[in-house]
Ligand binder design. Structure first.
Ligand SMILES: [Mg+2]
Length: 166
């Protein structure tokens, strides 16, 4: 049974490839579009907000594992009003998602009575290259390559019902 869902950020939640470049002040163009002081623009992908909200309503623990500076990630998420959906945010200035996921597992277990296992985690990232080390060092995390394994956010719900019935 999946208990936690962990998302990458750049090119997974939104279309920009590196929000660590963004320079303040950040402003909203509309609810799902953000612009930095130099005119760099980020669009949230369709249905991201609605999906996060519904997953939270269904009781999943939501995490973010992103190769970005922590202060930038927090500011972008706060400006987009998305901080409220994430229980755990791990942003690091390096690309090692298996380290970020192991930090997320430690934090979930510290915050809750769960002893979460790798096969209770669903991880979504647009870079399949991260998955090998996750499987090698953490084990049987259910990994989905965004825009290949699924092409719309709403497909997360069918994946979840499929996994629950396995
Ligand atoms: Mg990415």
């Amino acid at each position: 049974m999946i208990r936690a869902i962990v998302f990458d950020a750049d090119k997974t939640l939104w279309d920009h490839h590196n929000i660590s470049e963004f320079e303040e002040p950040l402003k909203l163009v509309d609810a799902n579009t953000l612009e930095d002081s130099k005119g760099r623009v980020l669009h949230l992908f369709p249905d991201v907000r609605e999906t996060l909200k519904e997953l939270k309503n269904r009781g999943y623990i939501l995490g973010l594992a992103t190769w970005n500076f922590e202060d930038k990630a927090n500011k972008v998420l706060a400006t987009l009003d998305l901080l409220q959906y994430f229980d755990i945010i791990v942003a690091r200035p390096y690309p090692y998602k298996f380290l970020m996921l192991s930090q997320i597992i430690i934090e979930i277990n510290a915050k809750t009575n769960l002893k979460i296992k790798p096969n209770q985690i669903l991880f979504l990232d647009d870079r399949r290259g991260h998955f090998g080390n996750i499987w090698l060092y953490l084990g049987d995390v259910k990994c989905l390559e965004m825009w290949k394994d699924i092409t719309r956010y709403s497909e997360i719900f069918s994946i979840l019902s499929h996994v629950e019935n396995e």
